[in-house]
Ligand binder design. Structure first.
Ligand SMILES: Nc1ncnc2c1ncn2[C@@H]1O[C@H](COP(=O)(O)OP(=O)(O)O)[C@@H](O)[C@H]1O
Ligand SMILES: O=c1ccn([C@@H]2O[C@H](COP(=O)(O)OP(=O)(O)O)[C@@H](O)[C@H]2O)c(=O)[nH]1
Length: 257
């Protein structure tokens, strides 16, 4: 038996007994902001930010929660910025999707170093580098206790990784989409621009869409609303926030049907 198979089996065997307090979520999708992974750096992945996140992911996996991840690419390339400089928007968006593949591979490796088994599946075919997205295979990995990282967004230009998170979340049948981003929830206005903005504890999809709150794009909101898939928005920088979100505790903002 190959070493990688053993590791997967070992990690399954090492799953702890269910805790006395039941965990409300058995399968979740985590959306990690590419841009937030920069931390204070000018571009790329900040070592401390990714290490902190990987530590939190490891503790979620230890709980026995099945975890799928969609990672952004804004720390390397953002299609809109390319478009603004006169580049063809679709070409710029494909570059953005390739950036998410790089982030996914970096995250997979950071997880490996922490002893967490992860598989990357890409919406774009780059078979020498990463396996393609195959839904039943992804479901199988999750059932085996492996983390699945979905790379290349939806595989289509003019979309975002938030929409990819909603799409893959719905396909994987997760109970919640957890959006880890730069801000600690959904505010009445963009808190980066309006210091008077206040945070919602809970907000309905209809209200978030109606008020045009930009923390997530409208396509992602609409897809989650139609699929009755709640989203919890929380800070990527806050220690313990992911674990609290997975436990269904009051963290950030819950966007609900
Ligand atoms: N109403 C709002 N509440 C919270 N954040 C908002 C709101 N409107 C705009 N934002 C902005 O949305 C950003 C998160 O969206 P985005 O940049 O797409 O995140 P990500 O990189 O995580 O996909 C926040 O950094 C914040 O500045
Ligand atoms: O389905 C997708 C997902 C992403 N992108 C491109 O990839 C970039 C990076 O993704 P995103 O901006 O969502 O990342 P994040 O905000 O999390 O850093 C986007 O700007 C788009 O250009 C795309 O074209 N289609």
């Amino acid at each position: 038996m190959g070493r990688s198979t053993l590791t997967a089996v070992e990690s399954l065997a090492a799953r702890p007994e269910p805790l006395a307090a039941p965990i409300p979520h058995r399968r979740v999708l985590l959306k990690l902001s590419g841009e937030a992974l920069m931390g204070d750096d000018a571009y790329g992945i900040n070592r401390e930010t990714i290490e902190a996140m990987v530590g939190e992911i490891a503790s979620v996996v230890e709980l026995g929660v099945e975890l799928a991840i969609v990672i952004g690419g804004g720390n390397i390339f953002r299609g809109m910025a390319g478009g603004a400089t006169g580049m063809d928007r679709a070409t710029a968006d494909y570059m953005g999707m390739l950036a998410t593949v790089m982030n996914s591979l970096a995250l997979q490796d950071a997880l490996r170093q922490k002893g967490v088994v992860a598989r990357v599946q890409s919406a774009l075919k780059i078979e020498q580098v990463v396996e393609p997205y195959i839904r039943p295979k992804a479901l199988r990995y999750l059932e085996e206790g492996k983390v699945v990282i979905f790379a290349a967004g939806t595989g289509n230009p003019f979309f975002t990784t938030d929409t990819a998170a909603a799409l893959r979340g719905a396909e994987m049948g997760v109970e919640v989409v957890l959006k880890a981003t730069k801000v600690d929830g959904v505010y009445t206005a963009d808190p980066m621009k309006d210091p008077g903005a206040t945070r919602y504890q809970r907000i309905s999809f209809d209200e978030a869409i109606g008020r045009n709150l930009k923390v997530m794009d409208a396509t992602a909101f609409a897809l989650c609303r139609d699929q009755k898939l709640p989203i919890r928005v929380f800070s990527i920088f806050k220690e313990g926030a992911l674990l609290r979100a997975v436990r269904g505790e009051d963290e950030g903002t819950l966007v609900h049907v």
